[in-house]
Write a protein that binds this ligand. Structure first.
Ligand SMILES: O=C(CO)COP(=O)(O)O
Length: 281
């Protein structure tokens, strides 16, 4: 399997991010900035209502330029969907690999569709590490969710051990290949690159580290899927993103948005949503 050989397609288009905001740049690339909030296994009804009221009051860029998707735990999805402002959307954090049935504790893609939940996160590193989800299983899940009409945030990323061994690109390529092997239409897929060592640790990837992997991943898509898919697929960064570091990360040409954990439960999430509309320093 070729591993990250070709140059990223975006580097052909040089735009001075000091003069123009990132959303302007992405508009030219045909990719809308995306900010996802993954609430993981957190919250009470009271806390969820509080977060919703903060989000609903937030002054944010128009949904024409920034797409915002919140992912509460399953049990809060109907509440969040009904109370959240209409320009923000919701995602489930997982779904079953095939049609529902005798799978105790699972939630099917059909159920999400029935509840009009448009998005689902698949392959988060916590599920890979703690629940044993393999690359192949994640690929099958992505394909099944897409086949039912869901849009998918597909997560990839290396552990610290893998980074230190110099195998980041191989790991991310293998995770992406397992998805590419199962799907042909990428139009409803967003990739979230989330280095495991940066998740919940406060140890954010530097903008250069994020850009390096994002550009390589886009190069992989270009060589192994198509130039069109490489250019149109949004690649998000996730791992200790906060209000302070989001602007510099957003300014990287191949960072098309974020998947935010801890900070998506705080008021600073509003600053992260705005990160792409400011010009870089
Ligand atoms: O896992 C993440 C989002 O899916 C990132 O989590 P943190 O932002 O808390 O590091």
């Amino acid at each position: 399997m070729p591993v990250f050989s070709s140059p990223p397609s975006t580097q052909n288009l040089s735009i001075d991010l000091k003069k123009f905001s990132k959303v302007f740049y992405l508009k030219r690339m045909g990719r809308k900035f995306f900010v996802g909030g993954n609430w993981k296994c957190n919250g009470t009804i009271e806390e969820v209502k509080k977060i919703i009221s903060i989000l609903n009051a937030g002054e944010v860029p128009s949904s024409d330029v920034v797409e915002v998707v919140l992912s509460p735990p399953f049990v809060f999805l109907p509440l969040v969907k009904s109370e959240l402002r209409p320009d923000f959307h919701v995602a489930a954090q997982n779904c079953w690999v095939k049609k529902g049935g005798a799978y105790t504790g699972e939630i099917s893609a059909e159920m999400l569709v029935n509840l009009d939940i448009p998005w689902v996160i698949i392959g988060h590193s916590e599920r890979r590490a703690l629940l044993g989800e393999t690359n192949e299983f994640v690929g099958e899940k992505v394909a099944y969710a897409l086949s039912k009409g869901l849009k998918v945030i597909a997560c990839v990323g290396e552990t610290l051990e893998q980074r230190e061994a110099g195998s980041t690109m191989e790991v991310v390529a293998a995770q992406t290949k397992a998805i590419a092997d199962k799907i042909s239409d990428w139009s409803n897929v967003v990739i979230a690159y989330e280095p495991v060592w940066a998740i919940g640790t406060g140890k954010v990837a530097t903008p250069a580290q994020a850009q390096e992997v994002h550009a390589a991943l886009r190069g992989w898509l270009s060589s192994n899927v198509s130039a069109e898919v490489a250019e149109s697929t949004r690649i998000l960064y996730g791992g200790s993103v906060n209000g302070a570091n989001s602007k510099e990360l957003a300014a990287q040409p191949d960072v098309d948005g974020f998947l935010v954990g801890g900070a998506s439960l705080k008021p600073e999430f509003i600053d992260i949503i705005k990160a792409a509309t400011v010009k870089s320093a």
